[in-house]
Design a protein around this ligand. Structure first.
Ligand code: BES
Ligand code: MN
Ligand code: MN
Length: 459
């Protein structure tokens, strides 16, 4: 019997054990944006490290300027390829917590899913590779490649310290391919090989008028109102068609290539169904572009939150002292994230009248990336899906971001294979996040097959 057959058999025989361990991992409230999570973050990192040690890998927890990373590796052997697996053990906050059907950190099994914060993003998906490594270790004496794991704790806050950390330990993370499972399938049972991610620039601006809230009857007519200023600035940012009005915003934007457009035509989308799923009459945005182009290849600007004044129940007559907005822009190849932050800032400042003050914060800048699809690693990805899911993957992009991927691809020149095991309706970042357990197990097999295929193709 070939080694891979023993490995797959081990995966089959250990379904229950793997699920139990996943449930344990999901119990840690490792919310990276919450400074109070300190103990939980390190407890979670400890658990991950211990799990690596139990399967026979050398593992350590390494400090960064922020939350620690867990690094694990197999014995390095000369003359065989190296695969770096990247994932994140941090999760998003849980609010609004009253919209969850069960507590977010008490994993619940129902309809073949596990429900918990982090189930799909990214604990469940990242853990598939740990269990595939275990299967190779236990059933075959070790994987056919050198394996290095880098599991970080700051992805959900934009990986602010990871690039520096990798730079300082660069030789440890140099690899022939990077494997990441933090995206989605195209649909249930239809895997997707994702070859591009959008980047992101995230801004907030706060406008101040009077030094305190004022009675709107006593002072209305002479008082400045920052909520109106914020509204006007936001309204100026986009026209009714959704085209962004910030001068220079579209400079350098690389449109998708012809082969991509041809590929997108073939995708089994059902736009009516998608609109229905979202509870809207029709899909919004720049009508002159096809939906996949709007979703994946065009840059966007979205108000993520807007605040100021009284938003409680009933009426209260008040002129707010402060108002503000949080705005994210999704970027595509050809756009420079820092430059986008600068032109956004200029656009806002130019619109603030003299009798107001404005404070602008830039939370996040990361560029988009496109991964060359001709690389042998992509070939191994295709083969892995064909065997793990019994179905050839579709070639897709994603509209979301995984900040470090651009660094892997464009800085370190490492082909990065995004094997998405999640589903588009897994409720990531939302209440009732879930992961289909069948996808957990198929993911483990797909990962095991990837290592087998990559070792063969690279040899
Ligand atoms: N796993 C997601 C990214 C993702 C989700 C890719 C679905 C493809 C499909 C990741 O954890 C994430 O949420 N990224 C953030 C990055 C931000 C915090 C800088 C995003 O895209 O909003
Ligand atoms: Mn993620
Ligand atoms: Mn996320």
């Amino acid at each position: 019997m070939a080694a891979i057959d023993d490995v797959i058999q081990y995966v089959e025989e250990n379904r229950a054990k793997f699920e139990d361990e996943l449930f344990e991992l999901l119990r840690f409230p490792s919310i990276s944006s919450d400074p109070e999570s300190s103990d939980e973050m390190s407890r979670c990192a400890d658990w991950v490290k211990l799990n690596f040690e139990q399967i026979g890998l050398k593992a350590e927890i390494l400090p960064t300027k922020g939350w620690p990373v867990v690094v694990a590796e197999t014995e390095r052997e000369e003359g065989r390829p190296t695969v770096l697996v990247y994932g994140h053990y941090d999760v998003q906050p849980v609010d609004p917590v009253d919209l969850w059907d069960s507590p977010p950190f008490e994993p619940r099994r129902a309809n073949g899913n596990v429900y918990a914060r982090g189930a799909t993003d990214d604990k469940g998906q990242a853990f598939t590779h740990v269990k595939a490594a275990e299967a190779w270790m236990k059933a075959s004496g070790g994987p056919p490649v050198n394996l290095v794991f880098l599991i970080e704790g700051e992805e959900e806050i934009g990986s602010p310290n990871l690039e520096d950390f990798i730079q300082e330990n660069r030789s440890r993370f140099e690899a022939d391919a990077v494997l990441v499972s933090d995206t989605s399938q195209f649909g249930p049972g239809q895997p997707a090989l994702c070859y591009a991610l959008r980047g992101i620039t995230y801004m907030e601006f706060v406008v101040t008028g009077a030094k305190e809230d004022l009675h709107s009857g006593m002072f209305g007519g002479i008082a400045p109102n920052p909520a109106h200023v914020v509204s006007r600035v936001l309204a100026d940012m986009k026209d009714a068609n959704g085209t962004i009005q910030i001068p220079g915003f579209y400079d350098g934007v690389k449109p998708p290539e012809d082969w991509e457009l041809a590929e997108y035509e073939k995708l089994p989308w059902n736009y009516e169904e998608l609109a229905k799923q979202l509870g809207i009459a029709k899909l919004s945005g720049e009508q002159e572009f096809p939906v996949p182009v709007r979703k994946w290849c065009r840059p966007t600007l979205d108000i993520n939150g807007v605040y100021g004044g009284f938003a409680g129940k009933g009426a209260k007559t008040v002129i707010p002292s402060k108002a503000g907005a949080k705005v994210s822009m999704r970027l595509v190849p050809g756009q420079d994230a820092v430059r986008i932050a600068e032109i956004f800032e200029t656009f806002v400042r130019e619109r603030i009248p003299d009798d107001y003050q404005v404070e602008i914060t830039n939370f996040q800048n990361s560029p988009a990336t496109v991964i060359p699809i001709e690389d042998p690693a992509m070939q191994a990805g295709k083969e892995a899906f064909a065997k793990g899911y019994g179905k050839e993957p579709l070639l897709t992009r994603e509209g979301a971001s995984i900040p470090v991927v651009a660094f892997f691809v464009d800085e370190m020149k490492m082909p990065t294979v995004l094997l998405g095991f999640g589903l588009p309706d897994d409720n990531l970042h939302a209440p009732n996040e879930k992961f289909l357990l069948e996808d957990f197990h198929r993911g483990i097999k797909t990962s095991a097959h990837f290592l087998d295929a990559f070792a063969r193709i690279k040899r």
